[in-house]
Write a protein that binds this ligand. Structure first.
Ligand code: GDP
Ligand code: FE
Ligand code: FE
Length: 196
């Protein structure tokens, strides 16, 4: 445990160097909530701590960095039509891998999926990070208390709550909805009998 704590502190310093203090504090709160949810759901809390700490690592990079990475990795060119809200997770995972040296595929996947979610067969660690980002102690949106209670009762119900509310919120703001966000919601809605 002591070795893990030392490594986590070194990783936190690298993340802090790339983020405003405000966003770094958000990452620390996501870490606390992710460890809490991991312990409740039999997911490795150390993996959850690392994934949470790095989930927004790329969020403050210039657009040009993301566009260059999309080309470098040969990612779907449609990504270029989107922006930072989608890029910082989907493309951000490549910066986490290259610059922070994180190779654990579960962690990289949790970073990739943390904004959009994924279908109902989403990996447990991805569900934890998706929910911890939404529910961390600094979140104050209407319904956050209800969302925390639902997630305490069922991680799956929490994920579905977030997917449906985020979709409604984006539509109410007349924002574009990324296809993966839609697909994730539909997959959970269509398969409700298998996961609820
Ligand atoms: P944060 O990085 O901690 O602020 O949280 P997220 O990574 O979950 O979300 C980043 C932003 O992306 C939020 O403002 C979400 O509402 C927004 N977002 C989530 N899904 C979509 C989507 O499908 N389309 C668009 N345009 N924005 C989205
Ligand atoms: Fe994010
Ligand atoms: Fe976040």
């Amino acid at each position: 445990m002591a070795v893990f704590e030392a490594n986590l502190a070194a990783l936190a310093d690298k993340v802090a160097a790339k983020l405003s203090d405000k966003r770094f504090q958000h990452c620390l709160r996501v870490k606390d909530y992710a460890v809490y949810l991991a312990e409740q759901n039999e997911v490795d809390p150390e993996q959850a701590a690392v994934a949470a700490l790095v989930h927004d690592y790329a969020k403050e990079r210039p657009d040009a960095d993301f566009l260059a990475m999309i080309d470098q990795q040969g990612l779907d060119p449609d990504l270029k039509n989107w922006g930072n809200p989608i890029w910082h997770g989907v493309v951000g995972a490549y910066f986490v891998k290259e610059e922070l040296g994180i190779a654990d595929p579960d962690i990289l996947r949790a970073v990739t999926e943390h904004t959009t979610g994924a279908g109902h067969e989403m990996a447990p660690l991805s569900k934890i990070i998706f929910m911890a980002d939404y529910l961390e102690a600094g979140r104050t949106f209407p319904g956050v208390a209800e969302a925390r209670t639902i997630t305490d009762e069922s991680l799956n119900q929490g994920v579905f709550y977030q997917l449906s509310h985020t979709l409604s919120f984006l539509a109410s703001q007349e924002k574009a909805i990324y296809p993966k966000t839609f697909d994730a919601y539909n997959d959970w809605a269509l398969n409700q009998s298998t996961w609820s």
